[in-house]
Design a binder for this molecule. Structure first.
Ligand SMILES: *Cc1c(COP(=O)(O)O)cnc(C)c1O
Length: 476
């Protein structure tokens, strides 16, 4: 799926190397004072979480950059006159957020090398940012592997972390020199022995994923009473087992799941030694959230690793974070395309008119995360009644019974396509107004469909709030 992208001349350099491949068109500077922001750097002293060192921040804050990108776009679209598609839903992606998440990872898990899980969000610029930061990549299909190899990433930086692989893909990776892959059952071992006997194999073990949003252990993972047999079979087939992997479930919330999984992995390392395998690498998988819970989760994992796989053991440590890197970097804007007024429902007292809002993205689109990822995206007002409200108090829902009640629906003809059952705003919303949703980078557009003929190819406007990240990308 090719995502059309837009780079405006104010956020990206003119000589960006990938220009021709990304449907880039340049926009003229507009009247919204962007250059003004740049001309008065020292006015902006709230430069994200890593800019507070007592020195003037070197540029506009992340929120200011994202707000400028939104303003530039939505203030130039008039739904009364625009062409079909101009009012389409779109993302603003801040690659600086990806960079900050990487520093945060380094700070909290300095010994663990991340292999980004591509399935979470395959956005080309996000992948490019991660490649420039030096991460590896966790891929599960030929297309994902091909995408990463085409970026010039060395095959050794890819792990084919799908325990149940397609035969032809195994032949493909054998050809391409992608050697690292996972397995969790005897059939798969025999497949690998036939198709790629030199592969470097990780034994994926079962974990307790009961605290996670998306459980994976129903489908994957070898139970601890099967690992002995698997290692014996691998030995018999002459295969090269190099490590153990696990995944505590996507969107995990119980740090103890990591401790238990590390203990189990340690046990399997010792078991492997009895079969003559001297395992070199532990892969702690994904499951990390990007919210405040990360520090606690990482702390428990770091301590467990220091106890069971201390630095002097010489064991390599890798991980497969997806959501952690992608989630907060993407903010989505949707246009209100229709409204239905619900007047004075009986038994609800006077003056209780509420509205159903229909927006141009929904559960079959980028809000697929509501179905597949158990998310609850929260609407904020981007623009209403001719005013852009991004990041202002008036953008937020009201508490309690204040304001007017709205429900928010997607554009398809299916009744399941509802984003929000009930939310209240002081501002009156109508057709042509815009809403925005934060934290829309993980498991959103990757699982969008074209059901009912609505596009799943939405523009991404890229900004970069970190000078270090801009330098890595070659932006000026
Ligand atoms: C989905 C997946 C990941 C990424 O999980 P997150 O919860 O997004 O970090 C990592 N490894 C494997 C094998 C996966 O299937």
């Amino acid at each position: 799926m090719v995502m059309p992208t837009v780079l405006t001349d104010r956020f990206a350099p003119l000589d960006y190397p990938d220009f021709a491949n990304n449907h880039v068109f340049l926009k003229k500077a507009t009247k919204h004072g962007f250059y003004d922001h740049h001309d008065h750097h020292d006015r902006h002293d709230h430069h994200g979480q890593y800019g507070q060192h007592g020195v003037p921040a070197p540029g506009p804050s992340a929120k200011e950059l994202i707000g400028d990108a939104f303003r530039d776009r939505v203030e130039n679209i008039d739904h009364e006159y625009c062409d079909p598609g101009e009012e389409d839903t779109f993302f603003v992606a801040d690659l600086g957020e990806v960079y900050r998440q990487h520093l945060r990872w380094k700070l909290n898990l300095p010994r663990v090398k991340p292999f980004y899980a591509v399935k979470c969000n395959g956005d080309p610029k996000l992948l490019e940012m991660l490649a420039a930061l030096g991460t590896g990549f966790d891929c599960a299909s030929k297309t994902e592997i091909e995408t990463i190899l085409r970026m010039g990433v060395d095959p050794s930086r890819i792990i084919y972390a799908q325990p149940c692989k397609t035969n032809s893909y195994v032949r493909y990776v054998a050809n391409q020199g992608v050697r690292q892959m996972t397995f969790d059952n005897p059939d798969e071992l025999r497949k690998i022995a036939r198709l790629f006997p030199d592969a470097e194999l990780y034994l994926r073990i079962l974990t307790d994923d009961s605290s996670s949003l998306c459980r994976l252990s129903l489908k994957f993972g070898a139970s601890l009473d099967s690992t002995d047999g698997l290692l014996a079979l691998a030995r018999e087939l002459g295969l090269n087992v190099v490590g153990v992997s696990f995944h505590v479930g996507s969107g995990a919330s119980d740090p103890q799941a990591f401790l238990k999984a590390v203990q189990d992995a340690h046990w399997v390392f010792q078991q492997a030694a009895t079969h003559g395998y001297s395992l070199k690498t532990l892969d702690v998988g994904g499951g990390f959230c990007s919210d405040r819970t990360f520090e606690e989760m990482a702390g428990v994992l770091r301590n467990a690793l220091d106890e069971y796989f201390p630095a002097h053991s010489g064991i390599n440590l890798i991980a497969e974070p997806g959501r952690y890197y992608a989630s907060a970097a993407f903010t989505l804007a949707c246009n209100i395309i229709a409204r239905r007024t619900i007047e004075n429902v009986p038994g609800r007292g006077a003056n209780n008119t509420s509205y159903m809002l229909y927006v141009n993205d929904g559960l079959y689109g980028n809000f697929s995360s509501i179905m597949f990822d158990h998310q609850h995206p929260v609407a904020k007002i981007l623009r209403a009644g001719g005013r852009t409200l991004y990041d202002m108090p008036a953008a937020n829902a009201t508490a309690g019974n204040n304001g007017t009640e709205y429900s928010i629906w997607g554009p398809t003809c299916d009744g399941i396509d509802r984003i929000t059952e009930s939310i209240r705003f002081h501002t009156e919303l109508d057709v042509g107004d815009w809403l925005y949703f934060e934290d829309m980078g993980a498991y959103t557009k990757c699982s969008a469909t074209t059901f009912n003929g609505f596009s799943n190819e939405h523009e991404v406007v890229y900004v970069c709030s970190e000078p270090g990240a801009r330098a890595l990308l070659g932006w000026h």
